[in-house]
Design a protein around this ligand. Structure first.
Ligand SMILES: O=C(O)CCC(=O)C(=O)O
Length: 374
């Protein structure tokens, strides 16, 4: 259990620091030499369009999948989408989707309204200041370790699913239409999550509704939104917007900034900067799907670099299993050759580690839950 009811040090808002015009960052944000970013000079991009997909890029990009085929009658197209999603889950753990069913207007207004929220005077935001017990509200650190080296970000965290945890009184009341837009955006993203979960089940050779049932069913799945605001940073080579981590939940559906890149994923020993395409959402496998799939799908480590000239905003929607259900490898995916790699554990128990320690890579967390016999 988390015993810490308050942050271990006074909370400093990163946006206020950045706005104070400082030219060097406080030492509590400076990462040790061996953990600093390596390639921080490519963080503004000119969005390209879907037709350029993965070719003609100077940089590698994650797979871009057009989900249109899911919405029509053409079975061949449907199967092609399934195949591409399956391949992306196995080979990358990260992919972008377009024609995903989430309204572009809603995506745009969500980003704009959240920018407006962060750009309000500090007093307006402090009303929503969060604590380390629930993390709900306006925050500036993850983890409660005293003396930890912090990330260059402020955020707003809220529960959207199940509806019983949706407490709109804790959501910003200004800008005025933000609560309505959070609701509308959440509804569409949850629908998309359900569709992707079905595709993953089928691709794993499980019943179409296997993962949804393992997550507790449509009305019980968990869904939280973390809106990250990364202020511009005078020394982006010394710190991270978000340190390397894997997501603890089921899958993450990310609405990235429309102009400023920053998300990097680990690929072997390299870090690849994701170049989002217009109106795309970025989806990644998180730890609970790695467990349920007995590591056929991997939850990939990722991190965020910051920009010296521009703020960046992103909306990460965490689509999670119901928090008190035991999550374990699907029996159908456990064989003599490949025994269960993980012991059963609820998501509630699992996420305590992240909430206590903050983002700290991946292996450490997944390894500590590996089945004793492995
Ligand atoms: O800001 C981003 O692009 C990624 C955010 C992220 O990884 C997270 O919120 O866990």
């Amino acid at each position: 259990m988390i015993t810490c009811h308050a942050w271990p040090e006074p909370v400093v808002r990163v946006q206020s620091l950045a706005q104070s015009g400082l030219s060097s960052i406080p030492t509590c944000y400076i990462k040790p030499h061996s953990q600093r970013p390596t390639n921080v000079n490519t963080t503004t991009f000119v969005p390209n369009n879907v037709s350029s997909q993965n070719d003609n890029h100077d940089t590698i990009n994650i797979p871009i999948i057009d989900l249109q085929g899911l919405y029509g009658e053409d079975q061949t197209l449907h199967e092609e989408v399934l195949r591409r999603v399956g391949e992306a889950c196995k080979e990358w753990g990260f992919f972008q989707v377009v024609n995903h069913g989430v309204s572009h207007e809603l995506m745009k207004s969500s980003r704009e309204l959240w920018r407006e929220f962060f750009n309000q005077p500090l007093e307006e935001k402090e009303v929503y200041a969060n604590d380390p017990i629930t993390y709900e509200g306006y925050g500036s650190r993850l983890g409660v370790k005293k003396g930890a080296i912090l990330d260059w970000t402020d955020y707003f965290f809220l529960h959207y699913m199940p509806p019983s945890l949706r407490n709109q009184a804790k959501w910003p009341s200004i800008p005025h239409s933000l609560r309505k837009v959070i609701n509308e955006y959440g509804e569409e993203v949850v629908k998309l999550g359900g569709k992707v979960l079905k595709m993953m089940s089928t691709n794993l050779g499980l019943k179409e509704d296997y993962l949804m049932k393992a997550f507790g069913g449509e009305n019980e799945v968990g869904g939280c939104l973390r809106v990250c605001f990364y202020p511009k940073c005078p020394q982006p080579d010394l710190t991270f917007g978000l340190s390397s981590h894997s997501d603890p939940g089921g899958m993450t559906i990310l609405l990235p900034d429309d102009f400023v890149s920053g998300l990097q994923i680990r690929r072997g020993n390299d870090w690849i900067t994701i170049n989002p395409i217009p109106n795309a959402l970025v989806i990644n496998i998180a730890d609970q799907i790695q467990v349920l799939s007995n590591a056929i799908y991997k939850s990939i480590e990722h991190r965020v670099i910051v920009n010296p000239n521009q703020d960046r905003i992103s909306l990460a929607f965490f689509y999670n299993p119901k928090s008190d259900l035991l999550i374990e490898p699907a029996k159908e995916l456990v064989t003599n050759e490949k025994p269960a790699l993980y012991s059963p554990m609820t998501f509630d128990e699992y996420r305590l580690y992240i909430r206590t320690k903050g983002p700290c890579g991946k292996a450490q967390i997944m390894e500590s839950f590996k089945h004793d016999s492995n």
